[in-house]
Design a protein around this ligand. Structure first.
Ligand SMILES: NC(=O)c1ccc[n+]([C@@H]2O[C@H](COP(=O)([O-])OP(=O)(O)OC[C@H]3O[C@@H](n4cnc5c(N)ncnc54)[C@H](OP(=O)(O)O)[C@@H]3O)[C@@H](O)[C@H]2O)c1
Length: 247
């Protein structure tokens, strides 16, 4: 009986671990800029091996980032970094993203996409640069990848240290693969954020529009009015209030 119980406990532990990220797994962080320098160390703290994908992995600045990340981090070219990884973080400028990803084999990888397909418009404010979104374009470019949009509407300083926000911060997630999205949600929560699943990758266009608003205090020179997104769960209206149930 005791043996059976121990077997069941072990089985439950294995099942609980299924689909979860395990320490020691590799995350390829493509790019070595602000977002890479924020999320790389976050992943390292969670026990992941971080490999930065860089156009020039031998640059002294890249070596400094690798050293600051610690925990066995390294740097390589983009293709090699992706080949080693289960997760790929696209910490690249949108203008370089499609060309950079086109040459990579992302099939089966969980691709975390913080990019925004935005440009500065005529009035000095940001506007959408494409009709859909960066998230949708990345998923279309790599149909075998499990793209999860995350972190696109939060500053790198908060990504690096959620406590810098002075309160709770929500990272909304969208993507077509529910299991990948759930896995990313658990990781993001372990980094110190709240998460909210807002549906398929098609909604990446809404998440990227959130960045238009997020940028307003920065672009209008009112940095003291900077804000963070914290989305609180509410209550749905009751049917008696006149709303028809979904068909
Ligand atoms: N900064 C933020 O607070 C923030 C917040 C949310 C989302 N995002 C999004 O996250 C993405 C990365 O932003 P970031 O601020 O980390 O950008 P960044 O500081 O400019 O760094 C981008 C990195 O991408 C690599 N890269 C590859 N091809 C490039 C090219 N053609 N030109 C320039 N760099 C190239 C570079 O690394 P190597 O030189 O090593 O190749 C560079 O360090 C963007 O899409 C941005 O919209 C940024």
């Amino acid at each position: 009986m005791r043996r059976l119980l121990m077997l069941l406990v072990a089985l439950a532990a294995v099942l609980a671990g299924a689909g979860h990220a395990r320490s020691g797994e590799t995350v390829a962080v493509l790019g070595t800029g602000r977002v890479a320098a924020a999320l790389g160390p976050q992943f390292a703290r969670l026990g992941f091996q971080v490999v930065y994908g860089s156009r020039d992995p031998t640059r002294p600045a890249v070596a400094e980032l690798v050293a600051a990340t610690g925990a066995g981090a390294s740097a390589a070219g983009l293709a090699e970094a992706v080949a080693r990884a289960r997760y790929v973080v696209v910490a690249l400028p949108w203008g370089a993203t499609e060309q950079a990803l086109a040459g990579l084999d992302l099939a089966g990888r969980i691709v975390i996409d913080p990019t925004n397909a935005l440009r500065v418009g005529p009035e000095g404010l940001m506007e959408m640069a494409v009709e859909t979104s960066a998230g949708e374009r990345i998923q279309a470019l790599a149909p075998g990848a499990r793209v999860v949009k995350a972190f696109n509407a939060v500053g790198a300083h908060v990504m690096a240290d959620p406590t810098a926000a002075g309160g709770a911060v929500t990272i909304p997630l969208v993507g077509n693969d529910p299991a990948a999205k759930a896995e990313v949600a658990r990781l993001v929560e372990r980094m110190g954020f709240e998460t909210l699943d807002l549906g398929p990758i098609r909604h990446a266009r809404a998440l990227e529009a959130m960045t238009l608003l997020y940028m307003v205090p920065y672009l209008s020179g009112r940095r003291d009015e900077a804000f963070e997104y914290h989305l609180r769960r509410g209550t749905a209206p009751r049917q008696t209030q006149g709303l028809r149930p979904a068909q």
